[in-house]
Design a protein around this ligand. Structure first.
Ligand code: MN
Length: 715
């Protein structure tokens, strides 16, 4: 393995662990962990790791990692036993009998997590993510044990084959380090990052680590001088403050060098990044944080854009601190974090500390990281994404957030994602607010719902009882919550539309029997549902609407002597209201537009497909599958239509025609070009409002000098 900046690979013995446990656990608790050790050692007896050492060193080391963060007894026992189910064939029931239900559940959860690999295609990954979240949701400590397990595996990665090393390091960097970050476990996150980075890019890591060490040695005098000057300044005040030099994470330096956009620092070259003295000031209480801030700001001038108060507005993982970047008199920047001891502990070990024994009683539990983590998990699991890739997108935006803070009119702070819009804000307040949202104001000015928000704005949204989600919102909503709710609503809408359509189609067929869906009696409904194996009339109507069930056949159930029904009354045609009606499809062979005579074809699974009445396709269809249809008067929307234009092949002709079309407020969806003896045929697919609109466009195009012929193509 490479020489790391920090030595992570000391061998841990059970005696080391017990010594550490004595610092914060009582004797009976230590005995319990020791009992788990004996059990695990016996179970793994005879097994060796790839490195050649006895297997038990691995669980002991994983447990030690968690003990360093003062985890509770159950978590420690679970860490000690984490590979027992998977590798030794000891059952969950046996563990439960020995160590209780919670420990057994934890070990079982970790075993389940271990079978999940994130290297496969995106689709499989998403499923794995969902499985992982479900495992975590049973008891969030599952992921804590898993992180410690992964950390020790990363520390001892050298024994693995190169290909396995790469795969594990990549998975660690992309999945586990961000999760550690999201749970606020900084210690694990930064070590995982450094180890993965060193494995994935050994040369880059080596050079970077070497140069960091060198620069650090060169500047240690300056660093000390700065530290002393700040200590002296703080001593003038009457509160306790300790100043520490901070370790720099080489992966973070590398990350900031590569990701210029994401870095919050103004300078991005290696030397500029290293021209920073990283300090941390730790004080007793919150008020002192601001006094310390006052002290350092009166000594060195702060860089205005780099000041962040995460005490007033904590990060989403619960992280709190004041960040300020100062200009020192030594030509160096001083990156300062000011925080209390509690804030520090929380930022290092996040949800792992504060005795998770209180786990069963959530009300007693005061660790804010834990509460935020549970909330985050719950929200992720509530996402109603049907599609795995969509779900993965949600998880990814939530795992790698760039946050923006805005205010409600009452002055409450809302945290939203970068690029989030007013509609995201509405959904962030409440699902109902999002669903009924009609307009928004930013800092008192009305703005479109698609307006992107930026930090510090006051945002107000207005709702109306009649309002409902608009499909177009999906074009600009970015948050998982907003997107999944809009999608969910549209899916329901589709169902409602199918019912409406199904009812209409069935009513049309029922005319022959002088019946109506609305006037069916109990008996008629029961017999229909039985014959067609549906649980409710709504489902049956939707099935008809979606084209999975024929209205004619359903209606014939009321005819004792099946024969073609004679028309006793002319059925009303179905009215097509707009392109947003989802179970209605427009045939791509003839592209009907408002004003055309149309006819519907009922297609299984697709609902109704609309053709121009004279379309060649329609002739092939069975009469009973056709449906009379009319456009709604004054129908609005955009409809696609194909046109063919013959032109003399001269330069710029395509551009001229395209400009002419777009000038007529039509969008070009598609264009193809066919050449034929110096003459070209341009095939356009354009959007129009109706026949009149199309006629106007064609008239204008025909006037162009290079155009010899133009006509609409109908399949
Ligand atoms: Mn393991």
């Amino acid at each position: 393995m490479l020489p790391l900046l920090v030595n992570y690979s000391t061998k841990i013995f059970i005696s080391d662990l017990c010594e550490l446990l004595e610092k914060y656990l009582d004797t009976s608790q230590i005995k319990e962990v020791y009992r788990a050790y004996l059990f695990s050692a016996e179970a793994h007896d005879g097994q060796v790791r790839k490195s050649g050492e006895a297997y038990i060193f691995h669980p002991v080391s994983a447990t030690y990692i968690l003990a360093e963060m003062h985890s509770d007894t159950q978590t420690l026992c679970a860490a000690m036993l984490h590979d027992v189910i998977e590798d030794t064939g000891i059952t969950k029931e046996k563990l439960e009998a020995e160590f209780g239900k919670q420990v057994a559940e934890l070990v079982d959860g970790v075993s389940k997590l271990s079978t999940i690999e994130f290297r496969t295609r995106e689709h499989a990954q998403a499923e794995n993510f969902r499985k992982m979240l479900l495992a975590m949701n049973r008891d969030i400590r599952v992921i804590i044990v898993k992180l410690a397990d992964r950390l020790h595996n990363m520390r001892t990665l050298g024994a693995m084959r190169p290909a396995a090393r790469q795969r594990i390091a990549k998975e660690t960097l992309e999945i586990y380090a961000p999760i550690a970050n999201r749970l606020g476990i900084n210690i694990i996150q930064s070590e995982l990052e450094e180890l993965s980075f060193a494995t994935l890019y050994p040369k880059r890591y080596k050079i970077l680590a070497y140069r960091m060490q060198k620069i650090y040695n060169q500047r240690s005098e300056t660093f000390n001088a700065i530290k002393i000057s700040i200590e002296k300044q703080l001593a003038k005040y009457t509160f306790n403050a300790k100043v520490y030099k901070r370790k720099r994470n080489p992966y973070r330096i590398y990350f900031n060098m590569c990701n210029k956009k994401k870095s919050s620092l103004p300078n991005k070259t290696f030397l500029q990044l290293m021209n920073i003295c990283a300090l941390r000031i730790i004080v007793d209480n919150k008020a002192d944080c601001y006094l310390a801030l006052c002290a350092v700001h009166s000594l060195y001038k702060p860089m205005f854009e780099c000041f962040k108060d995460y005490i007033a507005i904590p990060k989403s993982n619960g992280y709190q601190s004041i960040h300020t970047l100062l200009f020192s008199s030594h030509g160096m920047l001083i990156e300062t974090q000011i925080r209390t001891i509690e804030m520090h502990k929380l930022s290092e070990t996040g949800i792992t500390t504060y005795g998770l024994e209180h786990f069963s009683n959530e009300n007693d539990y005061q660790n804010p990281s834990y509460q935020r983590a549970s909330e985050w998990l719950r929200e992720l699991l509530e996402i109603r994404a049907n599609d795995s890739i969509e779900f993965l997108e949600h998880v990814k935006t939530d795992l790698f957030p760039e946050e923006v803070y805005v205010f409600t009119p009452k002055g409450e702070i809302m945290q939203i994602l970068k690029d989030a819009t007013a509609i995201d804000f509405a959904y962030a307040i409440h699902t109902d607010v999002g669903n009924k949202c009609v307009s928004a104001k930013i800092d008192g000015q009305y703005v479109p719902l698609s307006t992107q928000l930026s930090s510090g704005q006051t945002v107000e949204v207005f709702t109306a009882k009649w309002a409902r989600p608009n499909p177009s919102w999906l074009n600009f909503a970015v948050s998982a919550k907003a997107r999944s709710n809009i999608r969910h609503f549209l899916k329901n809408l589709q169902h409602d539309e199918a019912i409406r359509l199904g009812k209409h189609m069935l009513d049309k067929e029922l005319i022959a029997y002088s019946l109506h869906v609305d006037t069916f009696n109990e008996e008629q409904i029961t017999s229909l549902l039985k014959i067609f194996k549906c649980n409710s009339m709504e489902i049956l109507l939707a099935e008809i609407g979606f084209g999975n069930c024929m209205a004619l056949i359903v209606a014939r159930q009321f005819d004792p002597t099946p024969s073609l029904p004679t028309e006793t009354g002319k059925p009303k045609p179905l009215i097509i209201k707009s392109t947003e009606n989802i179970v209605v499809n427009f045939a791509s062979c003839c592209h009907p537009i408002p004003g055309d005579d149309i006819i519907g074809f009922i297609s299984a699974g697709k609902g109704i497909v609309i053709h121009i009445a004279s379309c060649k396709q329609v002739i092939q269809y069975k009469v009973e599958k056709l449906q009379a249809i009319e456009w709604e008067v004054g129908i609005e929307g955009e409809f696609l239509v194909d046109i063919q234009i013959e032109v003399n092949d001269q330069q710029g002709v395509l551009a001229n025609v395209a400009t002419c079309i777009t000038n007529m407020k039509s969008n070009i969806e598609h264009v193809a070009n066919e050449n034929n003896d110096g003459r070209s045929i341009l095939k356009f697919c354009i959007s129009v409002k109706n026949r009149h609109h199309l006629a106007t466009i064609m008239r204008h195009v025909r006037r162009l000098s290079s155009v010899t012929r133009i006509h609409r193509s109908r399949g």
